[in-house]
Design a protein around this ligand. Structure first.
Ligand SMILES: Cc1cc2nc3c(=O)[nH]c(=O)nc-3n(C[C@H](O)[C@H](O)[C@H](O)COP(=O)(O)O)c2cc1C
Length: 196
């Protein structure tokens, strides 16, 4: 598996998960294999009591180990990332993100806590050994509308940032996977050989 989407929201209908799904769909459209891990589907007891050997925790660890790229989404809770996400990250091995690229996403009620991605989540991703942490994408609730009839409406500026991040993932981190689907991997100019 190439890309793992980790949702850190405990909510059933979640804005941060909607952003995450949107990234996943764009990657799938480009032929990338995408799988999902949602903290709300894991055993709450196992997470809260730090049951490292619980099947749902072992399964989550295996999913993380199998991914090359992680896209991780969280709501902002009390000026930081969600506690549900923290208890999951606490149960992963210390170097669970070693060698992986990570794209962090967050939604919050106000723009004032947009730096939570950088001052709260980023150090944790770093401590788990992430090779590259891409610039995060933060959206306020008003930029990610969840209409009562279903679906999601993403503000144009956020949509543009998601497209940019997806393009970066495809070009810089998923190029080999990409080539499996018939696309060419880019070659640096210094390595181009001409016969004339
Ligand atoms: C317990 C709780 C704490 C929150 N704390 C903040 C906060 O400190 N700053 C903020 O901007 N939004 C805060 N919010 C609003 C959520 O971050 C926001 O609605 C977010 O989009 C919810 O994401 P979700 O739908 O993926 O769960 C809080 C919401 C809850 C339920």
């Amino acid at each position: 598996m190439s890309v793992l989407l980790i949702s850190g929201s405990p909510s059933q209908r979640s804005r941060s998960s909607a952003l995450l799904q949107s990234v996943g769909e764009r990657l799938k459209e480009r032929g990338i294999l995408v799988s999902s891990l949602q903290v709300k589907d894991l055993s709450p007891q196992a997470l809260l009591l730090a049951d490292f050997n619980h099947p749902s925790v072992l399964g989550a660890t295996e999913q993380v180990a199998g991914a090359k790229v992680i896209v991780i989404a969280t709501p902002v809770y009390k000026a930081a990332y969600s506690g549900a996400l923290k208890v999951l990250l606490d149960l992963l091995p210390q170097t669970a993100f070693k060698g992986k690229a990570v794209l962090p996403l967050a939604t919050g009620g106000s723009p004032h806590h947009m730096l939570a991605l950088d001052y709260a989540l980023r150090p944790v991703l770093q401590s788990l050994g992430a090779r590259h942490i891409l610039p995060g994408i933060y959206a306020t609730d008003s930029q990610v509308a969840l209409p009562p009839e279903g679906g999601v409406v993403i503000d144009g500026e956020v949509d543009r940032r998601i497209n940019e991040a997806v393009q970066l993932l495809l070009e810089d981190y998923l190029a080999e996977d990409f080539s499996k689907f018939g696309h060419f991997k880019s070659i640096p100019f210094s390595q181009v050989r001409c016969s004339v």
